[in-house]
Design a protein around this ligand. Structure first.
Ligand code: TRH
Length: 379
């Protein structure tokens, strides 16, 4: 039985959508599935309002899906600390808020929600406390892919909704129709969400030259410049559609998180980026490639390889090597066309593997559930 508590989640939008994407999804789930009272403090309401249609980019306080969303302005307005305080991704809490926590006379659980990593040290560091000034303690909470971690964000009904969607062709058709899309039977459907990426051109070459036709859906974003260059165009806009050889490319609008889930469920293959879309693509149970967020001193390669170690653990050598080669090509910008064509040989195995992986991850529990359990246990 979980305790009903108040939660403050603090989010600084560094760049892109991942920070607010994770915290907004977590906040909603804590309210909807665990009956918690959640305030989400975010410093950039413009980015938030792209993920939450109907949100105001200027309101100091607003409510969406049961979550109180507060603008975290440089001038801290002062607030009574919640029972559980989450600083997302090592953002710095307002000093006055920390002082209020220390002086509250209540037991307040303070957590730093870390970035996702599959590296093996994560299990040893998950849920460790660290002493802070004023006698406070802060715990490090690591999402992850193994039992001893904080798990991944997954709504309780996600897999059931996904399976219902994927087993009913009419739902897929209706979703695609809502973007004026009709996909011919036998056509491979793909989605592309990536940072600027030199590997895109080689991949598109291979798709255009394939004997099977492909339809690539690209939500508006940073990769559009690479796609436009490959097409020989100056730019691309939402709604644009172009055909080259066996490949048709359509530019879609940036959609809501729920719509984006459905897009991932529709596709045979998803190219995703960052942390949040990467997890959502895993829940889709379809083959994927991850454009990892580049870090200083190439630290992201360790993270990428650590994930591949886990993901490929029980896969046969042929598809393992092919997938590894394509993911390396995608993140290094070299040789994506050849690696893609080689990987196609294992399309069926890789799709089955993606589905097996999803179920393995479900068995690890989910981030929101583990956070609520951690708090209840800590009390
Ligand atoms: O936007 P990102 O590149 O965010 C990144 C990463 O999180 C990275 O780890 C972090 O360090 C960096 O920001 C600062 O990629 P990510 O994490 O996949 O987040 C994208 C979010 O956008 C995700 O919630 C899915 C959502 N999305 C939509 O809602 N609609 C869309 O049309 C698309 C393409 C994505």
């Amino acid at each position: 039985m979980s305790v009903k508590a108040s939660w403050d989640i603090f989010c600084v939008v560094v760049d892109n959508y991942g920070d607010i994407g994770v915290t907004w999804r977590l906040a909603r789930q804590l309210v909807a599935e665990h009956g918690q009272r959640v305030r989400l403090w975010v410093d950039d309401l413009n980015t938030f309002s792209r993920l939450c249609p109907g949100a105001s980019a200027t309101a100091d306080q607003q409510w969406h899906e049961g979550v109180e969303v507060r603008h975290w302005a440089p001038d801290w307005p002062g607030a009574e600390p919640a029972d559980v305080v989450i600083e997302a991704f090592a953002c710095q809490l307002p000093t006055a808020y920390i002082e209020a926590m220390a002086g509250s006379g209540r037991r307040i659980l303070w957590l730093n929600l870390e970035y996702l990593s599959a590296e093996d040290w994560v299990v040893g560091c998950h849920a460790l406390p660290s002493m802070q000034p004023d006698g406070l303690q802060k715990y490090f909470f690591f999402p992850g892919f193994e039992q001893g971690t904080g798990g991944l964000i997954r709504e309780g009904d996600l897999l059931a909704r996904r399976e219902a969607f994927q087993s009913d062709p009419a739902l897929r058709e209706a979703f695609l129709q809502s973007f004026d899309l009709t996909v011919q039977p036998g056509t491979r459907l793909l989605s592309l969400f990536a940072y600027e990426n030199q590997a895109v051109a080689g991949w598109l070459d291979a798709l255009a030259a394939d004997t099977r036709s492909s339809h690539l859906l690209v939500p508006e974003g940073r990769v559009l410049g690479d796609v436009a260059r490959w097409l020989g165009l100056e730019s691309l806009q939402t709604g644009d559609c172009h055909v080259r050889g066996a490949l048709q490319i359509t530019v879609l609008p940036f959609m809501t998180q729920n719509q984006y889930d459905m897009l991932l469920w529709c596709c045979d293959f998803n190219a995703v980026r960052g942390e949040e879309s990467f997890i959502r693509a895993q829940w889709a149970g379809r083959s994927l490639v991850w454009h990892i967020y580049p870090q200083e001193e190439d630290a992201h390669w360790d993270k990428l390889n650590a994930f591949l170690e886990l993901y490929l653990r029980d896969l046969a050598p042929g598809p393992t090597a092919a997938l590894r080669a394509f993911w390396n090509a995608w993140n290094s910008g070299q040789g994506s066309g050849i690696a893609w064509s080689a990987m196609l040989e294992y399309e069926t195995e890789l799709r089955a593997h993606a589905e097996r992986w999803t179920h393995k991850q479900v068995a690890n529990g989910d981030l929101a559930g583990k956070l609520v359990f951690f708090y209840t246990d800590w009390l």
